[in-house]
Design a protein around this ligand. Structure first.
Ligand SMILES: *Cc1c(COP(=O)(O)O)cnc(C)c1O
Length: 360
């Protein structure tokens, strides 16, 4: 099946106003001139693919998404390179994960080609919105909601809308990476075996806010989630995966079914080997984390994900005390991996794995 996109052009924001917004884009509050929508229903399948002006939706209050939370999303970035071209990073990996999330939530899958074409069309049309400053990007947010009108909970929605919106994003670090302080949640868990932890669905995030607030109250930036059964094994953070560095050996929690398979995580595993580190998936217990940090065997910890890229973790707190890692300053392995991955994305280093996808 091939879908043809129709185009309804927006009246673009005047260039001077756009330039002002792009000078300090922040994160997630400014959106480009256009968006993508594609509808699905049982009779017609995917149809009405369109690029149209960004703006509010009109939905019936009974639309299923509002009541039973059938929603999935993705997060990726478009980068402007020194030669002016715009690229994304491994978009087919996001397309495949989007469809795995859809399958888990009993939602229709979108052909990967259509997913990537939607990104290309939006980022290509709104290419003036891709910031030029180093480290900045255009964040792309594909998502899908259940739109059937009914508050009866009889089964999966009979209608859905897929959309993509785009938001210019500031460099995560403005003055060099500041190590994160993290809070280990003992009281709450994020996902259960057999649950939806592997899917990028909105409900997974709503359920973590209470712990995130707890972390903030205790002066920490982020929550670290432990496994839901023994509450002993480290899983991941709110929107990123974790790596533990022992000299030249890297360990990241294995995909247990309750943590999200990050595209950045997968890229770090591949790149670390390429750079001569030994990277493996395994298990890291929270007591071990503390003991190894205190003995100095654990030299660095970092988080990785599309929105914050690679970020050092400097200190850990929990209900029963805290510890620091590597003196609380960014370590050499973290910095090296962060530079290499950014270099591939921004085109200042070779791309040995063919990860970069030109879109405009
Ligand atoms: C999106 C996300 C990640 C990181 O995935 P990337 O593909 O690297 O951006 C990790 N954990 C959670 C819970 C996430 O939602």
């Amino acid at each position: 099946m091939t879908l043809t996109f129709t185009t309804e052009p927006a009246v673009p924001l005047p260039a001077a106003e756009r330039a002002e917004l792009l000078a300090s884009p922040g994160f997630g509050t400014v959106f480009t001139d256009h968006m993508i929508s594609i509808d699905w229903d049982r009779d017609r399948g995917w149809h009405s693919a369109r690029l149209h002006p960004y703006g509010p939706l009109v939905l019936d209050p009974s639309a299923q998404v509002f009541h039973y939370g059938q929603e999935v999303f993705e997060g990726m970035k478009a980068y402007r390179r020194p030669d002016g071209t715009v690229v994304t990073f491994r978009p087919y990996a996001n397309a495949a994960r989007f469809n795995r999330s859809c399958a888990r939530m009993a939602m229709p899958e979108l052909p990967e080609e259509t997913f990537v074409e939607a990104l290309e069309l939006l980022a290509g049309t709104d290419r003036e919105w891709v910031p030029e400053q180093p480290g900045c990007s255009l964040y792309l947010r594909p998502f899908m909601i259940a739109t059937q009108h009914t508050i009866g909970f009889y089964g999966p929605s009979a209608a859905y809308r897929f959309m993509v919106i785009a938001s210019p994003a500031a460099a995560y670090f403005t003055a060099g990476p500041k190590p994160l302080s993290v809070w280990i949640s003992r009281e709450h868990t994020r996902a259960a075996p057999g649950g939806t932890g592997e899917a990028k669905c909105g409900g997974n995030y709503a359920g973590t806010l209470v712990a995130q607030e707890q972390a903030r109250r205790d002066g920490c930036d982020q929550v670290v989630w432990l496994d839901p059964v023994e509450r002993r094994w480290v899983e991941e953070m709110g929107t990123s995966n974790l790596f533990f560095v022992y000299g030249d050996r890297l360990v990241t929690p294995a995909l247990s079914g309750t943590l999200l398979a990050g595209v950045t995580r997968d890229s770090v595993l591949a790149l670390a080997d390429e750079l001569g580190y030994r990277a493996e998936e395994g298990r890291v217990g929270v007591e071990q984390w503390r003991a190894d940090a205190e003995s100095g065997a654990l030299t660095e910890v970092f988080s990785c994900g599309t929105s914050s890229m690679i970020t050092p973790v400097g200190s850990v707190r929990s209900a029963d005390g805290g510890w620091t890692i590597g003196g609380g300053v960014p370590g050499p392995v973290t910095s090296r991996l962060a530079e290499e991955i950014a270099g591939i994305q921004y085109g200042t280093r070779p791309d040995p794995f063919g990860w970069v996808h030109k879109i405009a």
